[in-house]
Design a protein around this ligand. Sequence first.
Ligand code: 5GP
Ligand code: MN
Length: 353
Amino acid sequence: MHSLTPQKIAVFNSLIDKADVVSIVTHVHPDGDALGSGLAFKHYLEQVRRKKVFFWFEDNYSHGLDFLFTAGETEYIQSLRQDERKYRKAMQNADLLLCVDCSGMSRTGDIQKIFQGTKMPKVLIDHHLSPDAGSFDLCFSETEISSACELCLQVLKAMPDIDGDTAKLPMRCLTALLTGITTDTNNFANSVFPSTLTAVSELLACGVDRDKVLEHVYNEYPEGRLRLIGHLLDKGLTITPEGVAYMVLTRKMLRKFQIEEGDTQGIVNLPLAIKNVRVSILLREEIRQFRVSLRSKKGTSANRFAVEYFHGGGHENAAGGKLLIPRDIVFKGKASSYIEKSARAFFEKEDNQ
Ligand code: 5GP
Ligand code: MN
């Protein structure tokens, strides 16, 4: 935990002390870790430090994460989506900006424009490869950790008013943290370090309801999601000779199975269960581009694949990016041949290293 020095904690603590209003942002298409780390700080800053906090992110999240918000908060978020202007202005005038679960502001989408040229101190808390530390006044960045939520718990525990006692953190903060650790480790299937289980053990000892988290996150999907998975695995999965499994999810399929974008999380992991598969890629059709999710087994870098062929990045074994039309492929029907070509080129280089 080399980024968590007493000096940095003291600086962060005094930045919080001096701020009345704090803006928190996270990446586009927020997942459990993005919402969990943002909400954990929101609850801490509001309830323990008595700050005014704005937390904002682009796009909607999966319905399975609705439980992190009260009904009133969900309604408020939806009303803000109709007219964001006032909220954006308020966020821009905050005394401190906290960016969580992003390697930099570019991952927040349009939100980055709100903060361009603003003078408030900016703090990054993240666990991705290659963080944009130069754009922040203070940066807590670890990659040998399960999730941004695990790192947030360490930072929160180091705050003088918490003083190592997890039980002093509000329950909603702890529940948000467990949610992010759970989703980023794919329910403790990957990226689990000894520190991860210690952190979770502390959360459970404080009374966080893990059964409730699991029920909401994994057992409340719409029926169409499972039927779509059946369809994709049967008819839509291709495996290249190099061991790259890929599936293309069209907007037409989402309509047919009546599911939303957020409900597609986790599908990309499934082909890794096949022995010869080294990388799994899921393409999701959008307007003039595909969003790309990549997962890899140990020994193969999903991050490098995403950086080299999909304008993206992320972690060693879980990354994402985009396939642009017409920049990368002339029309959407060319997506398969692009993947097959890049699979050959990627492994030719990788296997010769
Ligand atoms: P997912 O496949 O779940 O959307 O993303 C997997 C990981 O890759 C996440 O940690 C996410 O932050 C990262 N990621 C997803 N899309 C992008 C992207 O466009 N650029 C970069 N740099 N990282 C991404
Ligand atoms: Mn994360």
